[in-house]
Design a protein around this ligand. Sequence first.
Ligand code: ZN
Length: 244
Amino acid sequence: MKLKTNCPFTLAEYKNLIRLAKTRFPIIAYQKYKCYNSFIIWRHDVEYCVDEMNKLAEIDAAEGIRSTFFIQLHSYFYNFWSNETVKTIKCWIKWGHAIGLHFDCGYYGQKVFGRIAELILFEKNILEKIYGTGVHAFAFHNPNNKILRHQDNYAGLINTYNKDFFKGEIIYVSDSNGRWRDKTIRDILESPETAKAQINTHDTWWTNQRIPQIAKIERAFRRQAERQIENYKEMAIVIVKDIV
Ligand SMILES: [Zn+2]
C-alpha cells in the first residue's frame, strides 16, 4: 500500500528528531521562554490514548529531555479520572516532565467565552490537586478562529497560542491528525533560520512499524476496547458466575 504521509512516523524517527533537536537547541519549559534567544519547547497534546503517549514520554526521558504534556479533563477517548491514567501521568512527572492543561472550549459551549479565565482556573486547580505539581501553561483543544482570538494568558497560565507563540517569532509545527500541514519537524530542526520553535507531537501516530496512520488509531482503540471487555469479565465472574 502506498503511504501518503511525508514522514515515516516511526518511533525510531521520533527518537532521531529528539536527538537532532537536542544537539542544536536547549529544550526548555514554557515558563522559561523569555530567558532564551534560541530554544525548542517540546509539547505533547494527549488526544487518544495515554498508553500510546507513554511511549513518547519514555523516549523523551531516556533521551534526557523534559517535555510538557497537555491533559484534557473531558476527553471522549480517555478517562481523565481513571486510576490507570493518573498512575501513568504521575510517572511522567516523576521522570521530570511537566503537565499543562489541554482546555476544551467545546465542552462548555458558547458560554465559555464570557467565563474563560474562571473555567481555565477551575480546571488548572483540579490538575494541580490531582498531580501535586504546578501547571504553568494551557493549550486550546481543537482551536478554531473564534477561539484563537483569545490570546491572553488566562489564570496566570501561559497561553500556547498567545502573540509570541502563534504567528509570532516562535515557529509552531504539529503532527495533528498524523500529518504535517506544511513543514515537517525535520524541516524546522534542520533549517539554519530556526531560532525558537514549539513542536507538538501527539500520541498514537508514532509506532514501531510504518503502517497507515488510520490503522494506528484503530489498533489503539481496539486495545482499549479489549481491555474493557477483559475487565468486565473479571468483575462479572466475581458478581454473577453464570454470566460468562
Ligand atoms: Zn487536542
